[in-house]
Design a protein around this ligand. Sequence first.
Ligand code: G6P
Length: 614
Amino acid sequence: MCGIIGIVGSKPVAGRLIDGLKRLEYRGYDSAGIAVIEETDGLSSLVRRRAKGKIVNLEERVKLEPVDGVLGIAHTRWATHGAVTETNAHPHFAGRVGIVHNGIIENFTELREALKETRTFNTQTDTEVVAHMIDEAMRAGMSGQEAFSHTLKQLRGAFAIGVVIDGVEGQMFTARKGPPLAIGIGDGENYIGSDAIALSTLSKKIIYLEEGDWAVLTADGVQVYDADDNPIEREITHITGSMAAAEKGNYRHFMLKEIYEQPETTAHTLTHYIDAFNHKVKTEDELGLKGLDFNRVERVSLIACGTAAYAAYVAKYWFEQLASLPCDVDVASEFRYRKPALSGNTLAIAVSQSGETADTLAALRYCKQNGLQTGVLVNVLSSTMAREADYAMPINAGPEIGVASTKAFTSQLTALLSLAITAGAQRGFIDAEAEKSLVESLTHIPRHINETLKLDGAIEELAQKLSTAKSAFYLGRGVHYPLALEGALKLKEISYIHAEGYAAGELKHGPIALIEEGTPVIVIAPSDELFEKTISNLQEVATRGANVILITDAKGAKYAKDMAPHIITCPDVSDITAPIIYAITIQLLAYHTAVHLGTDVDQPRNLAKSVTVE
Ligand code: G6P
């Protein structure tokens, strides 16, 4: 989604703004732009450069036509209102006002209508109207600050904005309602950014604006105001930990780096949820979830989008099997509008890597408003969801930059499995011995992932074959059914090959009609109690000409050696952790297929990492 960065200081800002935009690339975008206030011979002017496509295009533009100033804003745009054109790219100008914006102004048509007599609009965007409103208010005699706060009151929707005004030198205005906005505190300079990553080389001292807050920044200070315009102090968070996690290192892509990080990231997740020394999962209290008691919970409702939703689907099997706890899974964009029947003792858990996804956040708020206990399983602990939910449950996977989620998925699974065991133990469905054996299986996850990564070369060879396909199917049963959905999603997202995930037993009720000679069918089937049933489904497609890739273990490979032309043999792992380990194979398969096809793996077309619009 769109990214914002702004600097108010005393040194030239253009180069640093562009560097900041590069750190925001991972969010996904289709155009970029920069605006600064230039001073020439005592006269100031607002100047900008914009370009369609990648940030290098903008960089080229700035090289040819440099801009220079000590106050500036910059933006990566992911188109919502208006096509991907240079004209629609931010920053937008109106009179003396320059603006960058992330999110959607829902009432922009009526606001635009109200100004149409006096103003000429140059773009189709919702953003431009805000710049006009501020400029108009200043013409009516308001100061920059008054015009900014006056305009904010009229906006409906979800937005983070940054504004600079020619003639209001040395000040930058910013506001947040919905999408996050971070303010970085510097020495003789201050910054705004869509997230702390954008500001990572500029500042480690961050203020996160709360919902409805706005602020005025100068080189020497920051003043935050709440939604009612009262000056307010917000806490300064000191960002620790290495932002090296946001560098690619020796890897060709962030996605590959993140795939290879999974032994370590799942270990971090486990450290939070289990007491490996005593072979126990941590209790609710030990996890810092004071007040949560799984004995009093009658239903778990998991709500998420995208990959996080597939992690939730896997967890449904775990909560029901290990804790006898009924569990619903909802795609967030459907949840709140279907007016779900909520019962009092439901624990609603949002699952979200970013903690900012608009639909998931709205669903979380809906649950809260309706009196449910709420939790969020989240990677970014400073995110809006983490701050708003009753319980924040970290996955500790570190910054995930690749748009296609990988390490967050396995950490979500690891955390959800640990929580399901905690619930099972608390509710008396798992005794001490069973808990010990389950925790032992959990502790093997990082090692088993490491072993699975050794299949990389073999998977790369298979990926070459897969890359010629027009369409592919992924099949699985039980916990491996949602993994089949995730496998198909990964392939679609980054290789653009059409793929569908199906419950192995359901294929014959329709989609089997699409199987023809050579159709790739990836079957995920460790040798568990459902193995034989899945193998029957494998044979159903094999006899119809499918080119089967079976992902199984040594025992399964031996059994099915004459039934599948291609077999990926995973290490022997416990049934319960298998989806976490098998996830590595589908990630590598999608990754190498995409690399073979030459797509933009880390920033696939049309996709965004953090989806802050509905
Ligand atoms: C976007 C990303 C997906 C992600 C989904 C949910 O669509 O491209 O990779 O799974 O959002 O994001 P969240 O941050 O809520 O997990």
